[in-house]
Structure formats: structure tokens, C-alpha cells
Design a protein around this ligand. Structure first.
Ligand code: FES
Ligand SMILES: [Fe+2]
Length: 370
């Protein structure tokens, strides 16, 4: 697909039926990257979903295991964990006070005479599979599914191990609503054609124009973009070469993650659709502690974060995507025409189509008590 021009119909960014299919298929059948594990090391520490349409809580139990549950009470569905709790000893529902242990078992029903013969075992929290690899956490949105990260990630998993992500330290995480389709936002990352123009005054000086290598594993894509010093690699002994000294490496981890490896920091961008033209974007920046020391180090990180997050992603890439999205309302283009350097956009879209075909929509239905 990188050897021909491809056209994509623009209704994939506007049609509510297409989004409905994506959320009930693409966002239901694959493990989803949650973020870095460092914030959930201590017993009772937890992570909440950033996406209200898929409310989960992941908790570290007293025994040190990770457990994932829908953040929904089994009585009448109230949200169990609000996010203000410093750590969890149990799940206690704010609505009528039902309580569950960190393994999800229903322990206490207030005024139990209201529920004669209640079989507590049938009212455990709905568990979701979770897995950890390379300092990162994944959750599966379907109860009863299994996560096999070796199989799911292939060489991407080996790369993540190789880059030592476990040792990274979280710097900051932002969450912003963007008025554009989730796929349109991810696709801004998938080509270098725009870099000399849109990023003329920012990124473009750091890269050798158009020198990008890509590899695929299943629906995941790895890109390596050569930096301006790339030719100097010949001066480094083969066994001493480190790719991040000469290229930035990017991963589109299916379906909703875009991962960026720079020499001294890492950006994890996640995208959650709210509507065809509205997306929650989270950006978690992690850094290598040995490269940022003291006050000066924190200042340098602050600069990195605001440059990457505010100036480049938000101010350039996503501002353009929002403009494209607004223009879709008025027609103009029935199709977007992708040139040879934009082939990965077509591959990403094809991967979504493949997922839709392989996994027809399945609404989430909680298992009823037996
Ligand atoms: S909804 Fe949770 S106790 Fe009623
Ligand atoms: Fe860009």
C-alpha cells in the first residue's frame, strides 16, 4: 500500500454508525494499553480509566497482584471509586454502601434484610483481564478474555523490553478533549510528509526529511525517523550503536496508543472516542532519571513537556486535525487522497477495517447472576 495512491472516504471520520461499530468491536476485542505501571506499585494503589464509556479500576492487591474490574457497583451501577481516595483497602459504594474486597468479592450489604436470600457470590465485581509488561499495563475490555502479550505485541513487546521502560519515571500526564475524530488524530503521527511544512519552525530541523523506516506486526506499526545527525552513525562501532542517538522511534500500538521514544524521554499518547468529532487525548511523559537532575533537570523536563505537548502536538498536529474535522461538515472532499509517503495511514485504516470484519460488534453484556 506504500506503492500507490490511496483514497479514504471522509465519512469514516463523521459517521456515528461507524464510530458505534468501532467502539463495540475495535475497542472491545483487543488489550488496551493503560499506561506506566510506576503509579500502581504499592498495595491499595490504583488506576482509573480516563474514558467514561469504559469505566474500569485497576488495583494492586495486598499480595501484590494486579486486578482489573469494571468500576461499577453490582447493586444499581454507581461508580465505586471516584479517584479522590489516596489508596484502597476495599471498594465501598457511595450510593448504598455495599462493599467489596480488592479481589472483587461482595463482602457487605447494608441493611441486608432488604435482600433476603441474596447469593453474594453472584454479585462479585465484573473482572477484566489485566497484564503487565516492560513497566506498562494493559487491560482487556471484555470479561473472560485472555491477554497474551507475547502474541499480541510480537517484536513490539521485545522493543519495549529493550528500551528499559520499567526504569522510567513519570513526569506529567495531561488529558485534553480534542474536537476531531480519534483516527484523524492518530494519523497525524503516521507520516513525515507534513514535517517540513507544518513543523517548519519546530521539529523539522531535528529530522532528515522523509527518511523513515517502518515495520508491522499484526495491527501494530513501528516507525523510525532519522534525525539530522543520522549519517554520523557510520563513525560509531556497530556494536556500540544505539538507535535513539540517531532516530526517534514511534509505535502505533493498536488500537488507540501512539508511543514515542526519544533518547531521554518517552511519550505515551492514548485516544478515546467520545463522538465522531470528539476525542479524549491523554499524554503521559516519562523520563530517564539519570538524565535529569535537580532543579535544572525539572526545568528541562518542563520545557520538553510544554514544547512537545503544547507547541507541537496540540498547537500544530491536533490543531490541523481539528481544522480538517470542522471542514468535513461542509463537504469539499468526499475522499482524502493519500500519497506514497502517507501509506501508513491507509495501513492503519485497513487494520481497523480488518478488526471490524474479524470481530463483529458485540455490545457489552454483563453476566447475569445464575
Ligand atoms: S449502587 Fe452501589 S450500593 Fe447501591
Ligand atoms: Fe506532526
Amino acid at each position: 500500500m506504500l506503492d500507490r495512491v490511496v483514497q479514504l472516504p471522509v465519512n469514516i471520520y463523521t459517521d456515528p454508525d461507524i464510530l458505534e461499530k468501532e467502539t463495540s468491536s475495535v475497542f472491545r476485542h483487543y488489550p488496551m494499553l493503560v499506561g506506566h505501571a510506576s503509579r500502581i506499585q504499592e498495595p491499595g494503589s490504583y488506576l482509573l480509566s480516563d474514558w467514561d464509556s469504559f469505566p474500569y479500576v485497576i488495583v494492586r492487591t495486598q499480595e501484590g497482584h494486579l486486578r482489573g474490574f469494571l468500576n461499577i457497583c453490582r447493586h444499581r451501577g454507581a461508580r465505586l471509586v471516584a479517584g479522590t481516595e489516596p489508596c484502597l483497602k476495599a471498594f465501598v459504594c457511595p450510593f448504598h454502601g455495599w462493599s467489596y474486597d480488592l479481589d472483587g468479592k461482595l463482602k457487605g450489604v447494608t441493611k441486608p434484610y432488604n435482600f433476603p436470600d441474596l447469593d453474594k457470590h453472584a454479585f462479585s465485581l465484573i473482572e477484566l483481564p489485566v497484564a503487565e509488561r516492560a513497566g506498562l499495563i494493559w487491560i482487556h475490555p471484555s470479561p473472560g478474555a485472555t491477554i497474551n502479550l507475547d502474541h499480541f505485541l510480537g517484536f513490539v513487546g521485545e522493543d519495549l523490553d529493550h528500551f528499559g521502560l520499567k526504569e522510567l519515571v513519570p513526569y506529567r500526564k495531561s488529558q485534553i478533549i480534542k474536537e476531531a475524530n480519534w483516527k484523524l488524530l492518530i494519523k497525524t503521527y503516521l507520516e513525515g510528509y507534513h514535517v517540513p511544512y507544518l513543523h517548519r519552525d519546530t521539529l523539522s530541523h531535528a529530522f532528515r526529511k522523509g527518511v523513515i523506516a517502518h515495520h508491522e506486526y499484526g495491527p501494530h506499526i513501528r516507525l523510525a525517523a532519522a534525525r539530522t545527525n543520522f549519517q554520523e552513525i557510520v563513525n560509531v562501532q556497530a556494536d556500540q550503536r544505539r538507535i535513539l542517538d540517531f532516530a526517534s522511534v514511534y509505535y502505533s500500538i493498536f488500537p488507540h496508543a501512539f508511543f514515542i521514544m526519544h533518547p531521554d524521554y518517552v511519550s505515551i499518547n492514548l485516544f478515546y472516542p467520545e463522538a465522531p468529532n470528539r476525542t479524549i487525548w491523554t499524554h503521559e511523559m516519562l523520563y530517564r532519571p539519570e538524565q535529569f537532575h535537580g532543579e535544572a533537570g525539572m526545568k528541562a523536563l518542563e520545557k520538553r513537556f510544554s514544547y512537545t505537548n503544547d507547541v507541537v502536538f496540540d498547537g500544530e498536529d491536533f490543531a490541523i486535525a481539528e481544522g480538517v474535522q470542522r471542514g468535513l461538515v461542509h463537504g469539499g472532499n468526499a475522499m482524502h487522497t493519500l500519497g506514497l509517503e502517507e501509506g501508513l495511514l491507509a495501513i492503519f485504516q485497513q487494520n481497523i477495517e480488518n478488526a471490524l470484519m474479524a470481530h463483529p460488534s458485540s455490545p457489552f453484556i454483563a453476566k447475569e447472576p445464575d
